[in-house]
Design a binder for this molecule. Structure first.
Ligand code: FES
Length: 57
């Protein structure tokens, strides 16, 4: 599923960034993948995915 349409970032790509690159916040995700750096509509969803991925680890 696409989370960030502006950058074509999927939920899987976000989970991977959290588990493999230690991303723990939307700010870090923005630095790594560009998520949320254009329209910003994806930020809330991205935050939820980060949170649930960290809980699942
Ligand atoms: Fe992510 Fe627009 S959908 S910045």
């Amino acid at each position: 599923m696409y989370v960030c349409l502006c950058h074509g970032i999927t939920d899987r790509a976000i989970k991977k960034a959290v588990t493999e690159q230690g991303v723990g916040s939307v700010r870090e995700l923005k630095e790594q993948l560009g998520v949320g750096s254009q329209c910003g509509r994806c930020v809330q969803m991205a935050q939820q995915i980060i949170d649930t991925t960290i809980i699942d680890e």
